[in-house]
Write a protein that binds this ligand. Structure first.
Ligand code: IMP
Ligand code: MG
Length: 182
């Protein structure tokens, strides 16, 4: 299957159970108190491409609430593979965020730079609330202590692929999550 040395970290079943757990909490917290309120606006769920693609699709189906959905893509520049540098939009959302409740769905928070940038940027655009849901919270290289509202698995260290996540654009379509052993 691959030339890299890999071992399963989270099985398909473990991932799907975790998605259900997260969806239940999100559903409770985002269920509108009064949909007939003329002020009510649907929350917005933003998928951070490409890595969060499968997680986003599974999560949103489980949450079963009417979110407006959109996709964003970011790129970060830095001197190393750690995203130490500046984060920029490759694809931005066109939805005006003023007064809106925004749920960011991410595959993995590593240094925290990307999510720190998004929190700041969306606050600047006037979002009413900003929450972050990540499947994986990886602590090893955290440099920005960004608030994560919903987190699936915590990982002390390691490089992982599968279920949307890649290593040089490989392995994204695998249904389980693997650690690459270096
Ligand atoms: P950061 O939190 O700004 O450092 O960036 C996190 C992004 O780096 C994630 O959204 C992933 O796209 C990527 N990334 C970090 N660690 C891994 C990993 O172990 N496997 C695959 N992608 C990773
Ligand atoms: Mg990502």
């Amino acid at each position: 299957m691959s030339s890299d040395n890999m071992r399963v970290l989270f099985t398909d079943e473990e991932i799907q159970n975790k998605v259900k757990e997260l969806a239940k909490i999100i559903k409770e917290q985002y269920t509108p108190e009064n949909v007939n309120d003329p002020e009510f606006q649907k929350p917005i769920a933003l998928c951070v491409l490409k890595g969060a693609l499968f997680f986003f699709a599974d999560l949103m189906r489980e949450v079963e609430l009417d979110f407006e959905i959109d996709f964003i893509r970011l790129s970060s520049y830095g001197s190393s593979s750690v995203s130490s540098g500046q984060v920029i939009f490759v694809t931005d959302t066109k939805l005006p965020l003023t007064g809106r409740d925004v749920l960011i769905v991410e595959d993995i928070v590593d240094s925290g730079n990307t999510m720190d940038f998004l929190r700041e940027e969306f606050a600047r655009r006037g979002a009413r609330s900003i929450k972050i849901c990540t499947l994986i919270d990886k602590r090893e290289r955290r440099t920005q202590e960004v608030k994560i509202d919903y987190s699936g698995f915590t990982l002390a260290q390691g490089f992982i692929v599968g279920y949307g996540m890649d290593y040089a654009e490989n392995y994204r379509a695998l249904p389980a999550i693997y650690e690459i052993l270096i």
